[in-house]
Design a binder for this molecule. Structure first.
Ligand SMILES: Nc1ncnc2c1ncn2[C@@H]1O[C@H](COP(=O)(O)OP(=O)(O)O)[C@@H](O)[C@H]1O
Ligand SMILES: [Mg+2]
Length: 634
């Protein structure tokens, strides 16, 4: 409880930044002391993104915490967006272009823009992100525009603050009439961006191209007041309330930009190129805003092919937003979307989202061109896992061999829809990986947009994922059984270590029962090592490493804890599983288990529930599933 109160307090503290009202005379010393206040739009947004922290990985790629809570696995695309902002912030011509995101549906384009918008709203509530504006300007104009041109070079030399742009017609008129040309008297206030209140953040959605009015972008003449001021070119008779007007100092999102009529696009062109809006009967009005647009790929291609659009194309920086290609990141996407979907008390079994994610990622991957690399291996490699015969370093080359990877395939939304539809089935308290794969498969038919060859390809991928899952399922059961076999495991471990010691010291082993001497049991050692793919050529290194760890524990007077060595633990588990397979098979597949078998089964279910995130229902399903697998193997 306290926690939420504390959080609310913190939030209010941050958001109740005291409003500030003053005059340009008061503002001037402030901006000189904090030149950050004079920042232009791109620079402010760039700083905002960086202010949350940046992590650099081993390959030197930057990851921005700003995006990390909502967007997963698309760091490359995000880095390009930030690169654009950086260049624009530094004043390069890049800032005079529209940032255009294009990609397949549901690849996170809107989400990215939402993050920027919400982030910017928050940021203007902070000290570093504060924005001040001429108080009675309908476009929240930068107060520094009051500094006469003749003084601007000096201002730059003396304070390092660059001023760009002219007073808007409204402010010019006010300066003359209301403030007697005394710039000191012009009122200034602190503003807080808010999309809802139409401050600093605009959004344009194209509707019917023929009927949509340009005033949505640039405002309009207020016919009711024209009479009062006598002229259409009196700024007081104009409503500067178009999306471009209100987005001044901040950003404007252009949704499905290429669906908009050309007239709108050309206004945008002028805005980005000249930083001007053509409004009413006024000369061009300066505006400073970050324009971010998005579109789907089909429209984008059409646009590129259209000769008429060349001027516009030149004025855009295109950033491709492909689907995420990392299975573990894909799971995070589903978790995020399901958290919002309010799925109630339905349990999602372990690995259920994982299999869906594997399928989705596989559907997006291009067939590998490298010898020995299968699609599944490629998926694992992309996800940062170890894959025999390949290294993480190879990923770059593998990616270079693709054409448009990530631009096709199954969208996260499709998967979520399928998961939701299996959730609403009556009587389901828990959905497991097999349910989900089935639901996805059913979706191919009900979803009209898939071509037949796609459907075939997807069916095959489902089969691939199923095989992966079989392995995972066995592993879980194996691990759980293992808990009941703890003592046996320790015995097996001791046996292995004795053999390894004798092998390394080139000694014989003494049988504890018969006290007879015999050679170390190479077959046993190799059998265990092969379980974790230690090659013959690497066995000495492996044994030495294990033994160093054992010796270290002994020096500290402790017993070697094999569970801290993941590989050895896995190897011992697998070996034991193999040795006990028949027992396990018998236990789980018997229709009428005896007392002892029943006890074992219950123990295993109990372990799955306690140690993993299984519920009783899916734990039992898992056992059934694995026993059918074992039965098939005979
Ligand atoms: N890489 C990703 N990371 C996190 N969420 C994602 C990702 N890609 C898509 N999503 C989620 O999927 C949903 C659809 O994405 P959206 O941004 O609306 O797609 P678009 O605008 O590209 O069609 C959103 O809820 C979004 O958060
Ligand atoms: Mg969208």
């Amino acid at each position: 409880m306290d926690d939420i109160f504390r959080k609310i307090d913190e939030h209010s503290k941050k958001h109740h930044v005291s409003p500030w009202n003053g005059t340009f005379r008061d503002y001037l010393p402030m901006v000189i002391e904090h030149p950050g206040l004079a920042q232009l739009a791109h620079a402010r947004i760039y700083d905002m993104v960086r202010s949350c922290g940046v992590e650099v990985d081993e390959q030197g790629n930057e990851r921005f915490n700003f995006f990390a809570r909502e967007l997963f696995g698309i760091d490359d695309a995000l880095a390009k967006v930030v690169e654009y902002l950086k260049a624009a912030a530094m004043g390069s011509d890049v800032g005079k272009r529209i940032l255009m995101l294009y990609g397949p549906p549901s690849s996170g384009k809107s989400q990215l823009v939402i993050l920027l918008k919400r982030g910017l709203e928050e940021y203007t509530h902070t000290e570093e992100g504060a924005v001040y504006a001429i108080a009675d300007c309908p476009q929240d104009e930068n107060p520094l525009h009051l500094i006469p041109h003749a003084l601007r070079q000096d201002f730059l030399n003396d304070y390092g603050i660059y001023i760009e742009g002219e007073l808007c017609p409204m402010c010019s008129l006010n300066l003359r009439q209301k403030y007697d040309n005394d710039i000191y008297r012009v009122p200034v206030k602190r503003i807080f961006f808010s999309e809802k209140e139409r401050v600093g953040i605009g959004t344009f959605v194209p509707s019917d191209p023929k009927s949509q009015d340009i005033s949505e972008l640039v405002g309009s003449i207020d016919l009711a007041t024209v009479g009062e001021y006598g002229s259409e070119s009196d700024p007081r008779a104009y409503r500067f309330d178009g999306e471009l007007n209100i987005a001044n100092r901040g950003m404007i999102e252009f949704i499905e930009m290429l669906k908009a009529d050309e007239r709108f696009l050309y206004i945008l062109l002028t805005l980005t190129q000249e930083k001007n809006i053509k409004t009413g009967r006024f000369s061009l009005i300066y505006a400073d805003e970050f324009v971010i647009a998005h579109t789907n790929e089909a429209e984008f291609k059409e646009f590129l092919a259209d000769k008429k659009s060349e001027a516009l194309q030149d004025r855009m920086i295109m950033v491709q937003m492909p689907y995420n290609l990392k299975a573990s990141a894909e799971v995070k996407i589903y978790e995020k979307l399901l958290r919002r979907a309010n799925i109630g008390t339905i349990h999602i079994a372990p690995h259920a989202l994982e299999v869906a994610a594997m399928f989705a990622v596989l559907s997006r991957l291009e067939e590998p061109k490298m010898a020995g690399l299968t699609l599944v291996k490629k998926m694992r490699l992309y996800d940062g896992q170890e894959v025999e015969g390949f290294r993480q370093k190879d990923v770059k080359l593998i990616k270079a061999q693709t054409e448009r990877e990530g631009m096709d395939g199954i969208s996260p939304r499709f998967v979520i829809n399928r998961i939701s539809s299996s959730l609403i089935r009556p009587n389901s308290k828990c959905i497991n990986p097999i349910d989900i794969l089935r639901a996805i498969k059913d979706g191919f038919d009900t979803h009209g947009t898939f071509k037949r060859e796609d459907r075939e390809r997807f069916d095959n991928l489902i089969a691939d994922v199923r095989r992966e899952y079989d392995e995972i399922a066995r592993n879980d059961v194996q691990k759980a059984f293992f808990v009941s076999f703890e003592q046996e495991a320790l015995t097996l471990l001791d046996n292995y270590l004795d053999n390894v010691e004798a092998y390394l010291d080139d000694k014989k082993i003494i049988d504890p029962l018969t006290e007879e001497e015999r050679e170390p049991d190479e077959k046993l050692m190799r059998s265990i090592e092969e379980k974790v793919k230690v090659p013959e050529s690497g066995k000495n290194a492996f044994r030495n490493e294990i033994f160093r760890k054992v010796a270290m524990s002994q020096r500290r007077g402790e017993r070697f804890d094999y569970t801290t060595h993941d590989k050895l633990k896995e190897a011992i588990e697998k070996q034991l599983f193999e040795e006990r397979r028949d027992t396990i098979k018998l236990t789980v597949s018997t229709r009428n288990p005896d007392q002892d078998q029943l006890r074992k089964i219950n123990e295993v279910v109990d372990t799955l529930v306690r140690k993993e995130t299984y519920c009783v229902e899916c734990a039992n399903e898992l056992l059934k599933y694995v026993s059918s697998l074992l039965a098939r193997e005979k």
